[in-house]
Every structure is written in structure tokens, then in C-alpha cells.
Write a protein that binds this ligand. Structure first.
Ligand SMILES: Cc1ncc(COP(=O)(O)O)c(C=O)c1O
Length: 375
């Protein structure tokens, strides 16, 4: 049986990884500034992570959500402590799309409404309601298109009020920094205005932190730069450092009841230990401080880059925008310089999404290679 061919693949086969490096089967070493799409947060194969997961799987890897699992409670407490999202409650699932799907479903239950407002160039995953809220017609099948979604320009506060005033919108879903779209951000006035409008019209404000959360921007969550209180915060990617886990943080205004949400695998013992280890390492190794430090260094270095139009993003969720498509340059960075970077929906943007453990010397290596490709 062959694989269903949905991914254009680079001809590289990583077999081993350590911190910010991956190694192929011939032992070639690659600098990973992509983090498997913002997933690697505490570094590949972090020794504490390997130890904790190994010990947990030897004891017990999985049981369903029909029994007590104290690891879920410990994880939720640690997550609340580190994020500062006091009094929020946690529901665990397995991926970013699933987190958003649960967020939208919960918003609909809570408000008893069904329309969703989302934004141009946003990305929220590939499942039913999440993909319908994603601004990419190519990945929306007819079955998904049944969802009622209005896509607005990012920053269109007037349009948002017009949409919400009809009183049929259960959720406004937004990335505070767009990931897949290409690192665009709206203004403080827009984000804070959107939050206030959601409160005015009994609409859930969903801050999709699947990519930007878990310390990647230097704050625990990207929305924390603004004075907003999201009702639901979907999380995934960096949460498990590669172990599949997602979740939603739920504001105490939204009440739980038996059967409202559910999952077989979500919150299993292995996933909890993976995420708990990520949080402990972020705290012990002061990785959010490192993010700020390395990001400031990156911005300084970018000033001397030829042909650069703009640096976008925050922390270690960065984009370099040019006036021309970067696909060829990205390919050359991989094959000539052994450096992984990311692409975006915007074809002129190179994305940088490394492990939060990345150091200034790795940024030097990247700029040296990129400069060679640009001149
Ligand atoms: C902001 C955002 N939300 C949701 C998702 C979907 O996550 P997953 O691929 O884990 O389903 C992604 C994935 O790139 C994302 O960037």
C-alpha cells in the first residue's frame, strides 16, 4: 500500500534529533529553525522529557477519561500558574484543529447561537467548523462549507460590530499573530475593541493560541500583550514538544456539564507527562527570557540583511518579508546550508519558528547563510 499523497516532501529523512539539530540517516546535521512547524518548544529529545515519558510509559501510558487521572489536575494547575490565566478550566484533546473544534462547539452550546466570525488569512485547522473558519477555499470541502462563517478583514472593527449586532454569532475566533497566514497582526485598538464587542453581544471571544502559545512570543500567550479576556483559549503545538496533545482553557463564565465535550485519547497519561515536562522546563530553564533575548538579537541582525522589506511577528514566531517569492531561497537554505525554515501563505515570507532553547550563535549561522543566498 502506498501513502495517500497529500504532502509535497523535501528529500530528507531525519532519524535523530537533539535540541535545535536534526540528523538524517547519513549523519548530516541540520539546524532546525522550523521546529516541525512551531511544535518543538524545549528542544528535540530534551533529556528530562525523554526520561519522564520513558518512565511514564513503563508505568502506564493510557487509560480513558472514565477514571481519576491526577496528572491532568497537576497539568492544569501548572498551566494556570505559568500562564497567569487564573480560574480558567482545562479540557484536554489531541491537536490544534480539535482544540478549535471544541472551542467553537462550546461557544455554540454556551450562547445557543451558531454563526462564527473569523478573519482573512487566518488558519484554524482542517476539521469541520475549524476549517470553515479558515480563510482558504482550497481546503474547505462542501461538507465543511455548510457552517455559517463570515470572514472579515483583519482589523475591521466596524464590520465586526455590524456582524455581531445581528445577535446570531456564537464566536469570534482570531490568532493574535497569524501563523500560517504570514505573521500579520492588527492594532491594540482592534483587539481590545473586538474583546469589548464580544462581551456586549454575548459572543465568545476565542484566542487561537495553538501556534503562538506556550511562551513562543516571549509572553506565555500572544494575547497577553493586550487588555483582553478571551472566553476560550485553544492550545496545542508547543504544548507537547512533539507528543500529540491539545486543549482549551475555558473562562469560569462557561459552565461544564457531563457529556458537553469528550474524547478517548485526550488527556492520556503520556500526553500529560509530556506537557507537564514542557512547562517545568520552560520555567526551570527560563525559556521565555531566552525567547526575548534571542528575538531582540534577531531583530538587530535583520537590520543588516540585504533586500529585506520587513520583519514581522514577535518572540520566536518571526517572519522575514521580501519583495519576491522565497521558495527557492528556502530550498537553498536546506540543501546548501543545512538549515530548516518555514514558509507561509504569503509567498514572500520566510518563517522562523525554532525551539525556545535556540541560541544567538544559531541566529548568526542563519543570517550568514541567508545573506549568501541574497547577494
Ligand atoms: C493557529 C493555528 N490553529 C490551528 C492549527 C491546527 O493545528 P493542528 O495541525 O494540530 O490540527 C494550526 C496549525 O498550523 C495553527 O497554526
Amino acid at each position: 500500500m502506498s501513502l495517500f499523497n497529500v504532502y509535497p516532501l523535501f528529500d530528507i529523512t531525519p532519524v535523530k534529533a537533539a535540541d535545535v539539530y536534526v540528523f538524517d540517516e547519513k549523519g548530516t546535521k541540520y539546524l532546525d529553525l522550523y521546529g516541525g512547524h512551531a511544535v518543538i518548544s524545549i528542544g528535540h529529545s530534551h533529556p528530562t522529557y525523554v526520561k519522564n515519558i520513558s518512565e511514564q510509559v513503563a508505568k502506564m501510558g493510557f487509560y480513558s477519561n472514565s477514571i481519576q487521572n491526577p496528572l491532568q489536575v497537576t497539568l492544569s494547575k501548572k498551566l494556570i500558574a505559568l500562564s497567569g490565566c487564573k480560574d480558567y478550566e482545562l479540557f484536554l484533546c489531541n491537536s490544534g484543529a480539535e482544540a478549535n473544534e471544541n472551542a467553537l462547539k462550546l461557544a455554540s452550546f454556551h450562547t445557543n447561537k451558531k454563526k462564527v466570525v473569523a478573519f482573512k488569512n487566518g488558519f484554524h485547522g482542517r476539521t469541520s467548523a475549524a476549517v470553515a473558519a479558515t480563510d482558504n477555499p482550497k481546503i474547505i470541502a462542501p461538507i465543511n462549507a455548510q457552517q455559517e462563517v463570515e470572514i472579515l478583514e483583519l482589523g475591521d472593527l466596524e464590520g465586526l460590530e455590524k456582524a455581531l449586532a445581528k445577535n446570531d454569532v456564537c464566536a469570534v475566533i482570531i490568532e493574535f499573530i497569524q501563523g500560517v497566514g504570514g505573521l500579520d497582526e492588527a492594532t491594540t485598538a482592534f483587539y481590545e475593541g473586538a474583546d469589548a464587542l464580544c462581551k456586549k453581544y454575548n459572543t465568545c471571544f476565542i484566542a487561537d493560541e495553538v501556534q503562538s502559545g506556550f511562551g513562543r512570543t516571549g509572553d506565555f500567550f500572544a494575547f497577553q500583550k493586550y487588555n483582553v479576556t478571551p472566553d476560550i483559549i485553544p492550545i496545542a503545538k508547543g504544548m507537547g514538544n512533539g507528543f500529540p496533545i491539545g486543549g482549551i482553557l475555558i473562562h469560569p463564565n462557561i459552565k461544564a456539564s457531563f457529556g458537553l465535550l469528550g474524547t478517548t485519547f485526550g488527556g492520556n497519561h503520556l500526553a500529560c507527562i509530556a506537557s507537564l515536562t514542557v512547562l517545568n522546563v520552560i520555567e526551570e530553564e527560563k525559556l521565555m527570557d531566552n525567547v526575548k533575548d534571542v528575538a531582540a538579537y534577531f531583530l538587530e541582525k535583520a537590520k543588516y540583511l540585504p533586500k529585506l522589506k520587513k520583519v514581522k511577528g514577535r518572540g520566536l514566531m518571526l517572519g522575514l518579508e521580501f519583495d519576491f517569492p522565497i521558495a527557492e531561497i528556502r530550498k537553498n537554505l536546506i540543501y546548501n546550508h543545512k538549515i530548516f525554515t518555514g514558509s507561509a501563505k504569503n509567498p514572500n515570507v520566510i518563517r522562523i519558528l525554532p525551539s525556545l532553547t535556540v541560541k544567538k550563535e544559531h541566529i548568526d549561522m542563519f543570517f550568514e547563510a541567508l545573506t549568501k543566498e541574497l547577494v
